[in-house]
Design a protein around this ligand. Sequence first.
Ligand SMILES: Cc1ncc(COP(=O)(O)O)c(C=O)c1O
Length: 373
Amino acid sequence: MKNFFIPVNEPSIGKEEKAYLMRCLSTKQISSSGPFVQEFEKKFAKKIHRKYAVSVSNGTAAIQLAFEALNLKKGDEVILPAFTIISCILPIIRLGAIPILVDCDPKTWNMDVEKTINSITDRTKAILIVHIYGMCVDMEKIIAICKKKKIKIVEDSAESIGLNYKNKPCGSFGDISTFSFFANKHITTGEGGMIVTNNKNIFEKCSMLRNIYFNNKRRFKHFGLGWNYRLTNLQCSIGLAQLQKLEKFIKLKRKIGNYYYKNLSHLKSVYNPIKKLEYCDNIYWVYGLVFKKRSKYKLEKIRKSLLKKGIETRNFFWPLNKQPILKKMGYFKNQKFPTSEYLARNGFYIPTGLALKKKDQDYVIKSICELIN
Ligand SMILES: Cc1ncc(COP(=O)(O)O)c(C=O)c1O
């Protein structure tokens, strides 16, 4: 084992974050009231071209509130990708709605557009579009059909902060869009999330839901069942400093991703991510490698060998139809999503943190090329 460690992800924190944080400490505004909360929300909404933003405690909470704000009810159907994090399905299940999974596209790893459209029924209340690993869903057709059929779109942009779909920011397309600011995202608040929308009613409902339905007239009389999902002034101060560097961070992520592509795309046994498509340019939230069908390598063996060299990697998402808890609850019996399942069993991602040093990236490349060809 080397005496150093290259984490799969490490954020970039600079003097700006420290200065803003110190301001919170010196003013003692460390909870969820304080000027950074409003400023971060306002600037974030502007960045995503939306009217309103509600900060919340994480991306999972953001999706929960999004579906509650849409009044998702028992028996409503929601279409979502099989290849995503479990956060996406939790509110659908908890609200008694019916999750309808679609497989992903083998090239982009994003939800298959035709399969999504073919899954629409009279009971479809919403489609949860989830942008995966730094590329986005080709949304145009889905948006058009949703408009015609009055189906709501929730756009989970957790992994695509700073990514554009046809020159407009991801997160600007959903009736409600959600974000995560976990430390591996393009901007971070440690833990954190955001909901954005152009709809005033949705905005007000999310604000109430986030704040246990306190109301202005009589604070401790509650007219709804809410949550405490507030983000603190401390977290928002970090978020604001990070947001001011978003363009720089995206440039850096692309530099890291393109450098991997240049040095790893010759490998015959793995697929690399797509660099760009006509509708988006990869921002490499992660840099995934997927073993080809007839490759002689064993994924876990390679990951173990890399770890021995001090290189952390991570498996791809485990598809929702294969989640033990969901299977136990009786969901998705005999349903197969071959591409999602293939990616889960054969894909892993390598260090791409914003703090990754060039010499460490060279070491990762060299180590991978020594192990596989
Ligand atoms: C697509 C997607 N949605 C939601 C989340 C959940 O965000 P959080 O970890 O902030 O709850 C994640 C987390 O990585 C994610 O990748």
